[in-house]
Design a protein around this ligand. Structure first.
Ligand code: EPZ
Length: 418
């Protein structure tokens, strides 16, 4: 298994471009199942999760390939096996996003239950409740969701809590349902808005994405999409945090402030200077960050996917920071590993108190999940000595050659065969 080796102490300087958004393109790839014909998705990042979902659609009978310009070409005309087997779903829970489109277009779906994952139980009860409201018959048997529906009928769905992929699944199901679907207490993430734009480009009639009430007027058929991925705001935030923890000066091209205002506000509060410049965001990190308190929350709150990365920055801050993780029940697994590098962090349930230390010391550490692995790389950029982050297959799920981007900014970082 590959590892990432980082020798800390170098301030990052220069420009770096953000790749296309993983969490926007995954639902858009699933949405291609709603139409027959060839869809073109431009600017799709080359990530393990994208390849996994491509394999899943291929398994169903779709044609999936990369064009010479890098676009992802998907033709769902030949889909004849509306099922998502456990072997594929267990490696990527976002596979559950095929449930809505398969039901909407084929009237049936057999999708493996995703099971838990490192950061939490992550049930899909809200997805299933919503699909049942649209008339689907849902059975859970042998670890699979067996769903069928003559034709989905529009209905009102009130989510118990804002769920990103739950909102996305129901938007896709409602697109071909009969009549109007109203979704309430929706997730408002930019990735949800991007999916609505893709669906409307296919001829769907989705209104209100980005707010907590989304209405979808069902249509009888949809045409293939030709869309461009939005920038990955979590990768952008991770790159900004890398400049911050190394007291660097970096322009992150493609970063859009409106995608993560709450995170930018906390970086500024911690002493970073963040300005909109040309086609991106420029950050000048402080010599040493100031402690700040923050709480993760659904958009537009502080994104849980940037919690581990900002915590790495705060581990060397002046003062103590309180970090509250409200979205997932087990998203502090980076804490033990940061502590091995000299961080002083105490966990009490959903709250972590991060007492800033003067410096971190390099150590061999273990990645446990996608964003935790990013935070360990960030800590390695600051720590004295050479840090080895193992099990970087976690990192490869959501970052397109992060080590190449960091070394282009002056970091001493390389991938080694683990
Ligand atoms: C999406 O996951 C993202 N993944 C996650 O990013 C992100 O952390 C998360 O949203 C929150 O922003 C993709 O978009 C592919 P949720 P999702 O449903 O949709 C509970 C990354 O690092 N819940 O919004 O699975 C759930 O347990 C990944 O890129 C239910 O209880 O998250 C969680 O506590 C990690 N029942 C909360 O809601 C349900 O039916 C929010 O989950 C659904 C969710």
């Amino acid at each position: 298994m590959d590892a990432i080796e980082i020798t800390g102490g170098r301030p990052l300087r220069g420009e770096v471009a953000v790749s296309g958004s993983k969490n926007a393109t995954l639902p858009q790839i699933a949405a291609t199942l709603l139409a027959s014909g060839e869809s073109r998705l431009r600017g799709v990042p080359d990530l393990a999760d994208v390849r996994t979902l491509g394999r899943l659609l291929h398994h169903m009978g779709a044609k999936v390939e990369r064009a010479t310009d890098g676009s992802l070409m998907i033709d769902a005309s030949g889909v004849d096996r509306p099922e998502a087997p456990y072997e594929l779903v267990k490696t990527m829970r976002a596979s559950v996003l095929v449930l809505g489109p398969l039901l909407a277009r084929f009237g049936k779906a057999r999708v493996s239950l995703p099971g838990g994952c490192a950061i939490g139980a992550r049930p899909i009860d809200q997805h299933l409740k919503g699909l049942q409201a649209l008339g689907a018959k849902i059975e859970l048997a042998h670890g699979y969701v067996e769903a069928q529906a003559e034709r989905l009928r529009g209905a009102t769905v009130l989510f118990d809590l804002p769920t990103v992929t739950g909102t996305e699944n129901l938007m896709m199901a409602g697109a071909l349902a009969e009549g109007r679907t109203t979704l309430e207490n929706c997730a408002r993430e930019p990735e949800v808005t991007a999916l609505a734009e893709a669906l409307n480009a296919m001829g769907a009639r989705v209104l209100g994405a980005g707010s907590s009430v989304i209405t979808i007027e069902g249509v009888t058929s949809l045409r293939p999409m030709d869309i461009t991925a939005i920038p990955d705001r979590i990768e952008a935030g991770t790159l900004l945090a890398a400049a911050m923890i190394t007291a660097g000066d970096v322009l992150v091209r493609g970063a859009r402030a409106a995608d993560f205002d709450a995170a930018l506000a906390k970086m500024r509060e911690a002493g970073a200077r963040v300005t909109a410049e040309r086609d991106g965001l420029r950050i000048v990190g402080p010599e040493r960050p100031e402690a700040v308190d923050f709480i993760t929350a659904p958009f537009p709150g502080f994104p849980t996917d940037l919690q581990a990365q900002l915590m790495a920055c705060l581990s060397v801050a002046r003062g103590a920071s309180r970090v509250v993780e409200t979205v997932f029940e087990n998203r502090f697994m980076h804490v033990q590993e940061l502590s091995r590098m000299g961080a002083d962090i105490a966990i009490d349930g959903h709250t972590a108190v991060v007492r800033g230390v003067e410096k971190l010391s390099a150590a061999p550490v273990m990645a446990t999940d996608l964003r935790a692995s990013a935070s360990l790389v960030l800590a390695g950029l600051r720590a004295e000595g050479t840090t080895l982050v193992q099990r970087v297959y976690h990192l490869d799920r959501g970052y397109e050659s992060l080590e190449k981007k960091l070394s282009a900014l002056g970091a001493t970082v390389r991938r080694v065969k683990g």
